[in-house]
Ligand binder design. Sequence first.
Ligand code: MRU
Length: 358
Amino acid sequence: MYVAQPIEWTDRGVVMLDQRRLPAEEVSYTYTNYREVAKAIRDMVIRGAPAIGVAAAMGAALGVLHSSANSVEALSTEFREVCDTLAETRPTAVDLFWAIERMKRRFAELTARTSDLAKIRQAMVEEAQQVHLEKKATDEAIGRYGAEFMPANGQVMTQCNAGALATGGIGTALGVIRVAFEQGKKIHILVPETRPYLQGARLTAWELYKGGIPLTLITDNMVGHFLKTGKVGAIVTGADRIAANGDTANKIGTYQIAVLAKENKVPFYIAAPVSTFDLSLPDGDHIPIEERSASEVTHLQGVRIAPDVHAAHPAFDVTPSRYIAAIFSERGVARAPYTESLRALASSAQLAAVPATR
Ligand code: MRU
């Protein structure tokens, strides 16, 4: 089945598919400079929590690979600047910071052990590739756990795009849907368009269509109607950050879907890797919410659709954990009370199946 490739490490540089131009055009860029990668993340050439983590890891590797430093000290100074630049791109998705921390840890290990800059550069590139490989394995595992919860026959709603484009693997929420579909479940996906950036209409509809999974595109204000009348068997979305108590930040609009799900007795699930858990935050009130440009609300693909008035654009909202029936991760399924179940998953063994490249 078709799986989109949002990002790839190549000998020429980091190749990214420009998600802003989908579905009309499939255009890719090759980046050789970490500053360009940071800009690509900020401008949403690449988006989706795990995918921006992969991009940050690759950006950090590019920063080391193309640095002109000729001592470990000089390289360390530059590497700090590389990591700070990447960390300033988008504030909500914790995968970004997880990936940067991981690259920092690897850099510290390497520089403690050797002053051979060529070796350090090579090992940092391998670490970034390893992050990408692990994301792929993670998605497959999330898909297997979550598919069990999908109806054998019926409608499944999602939100935003938590597919291959958002992770670099098969997707989290769409990975669950894909595995359920491949298992023979007769599911039909309801896809809210996800204003203002239209990740549902442009990206999820495109991925499902290319994968041959039946779908119906709806506008965001049809969600309540379909949950009340549409015989929806389950809802599954991704996550950008999950606090210790299970409160979950995801694309703006997710909260209202979860509340309407409860009202209509439809189970609402989250599919996300353990790297999306932020157990340092007690609850969702502590999750930073990205405020994006108002022009993404007043304009659609560059065309003005509203007068020149003030427009708000919080890019994410927080769903309190009481609305979440379960969280599917690569290490198993968490259920309430989340403070205990998330901590147990976070401290359980890493995925064993990922081949190491070093
Ligand atoms: O602003 P975006 O497009 O990066 O937001 C993406 C989402 O909110 C996704 O649902 C989330 O990152 C999960 S992706 C597997």
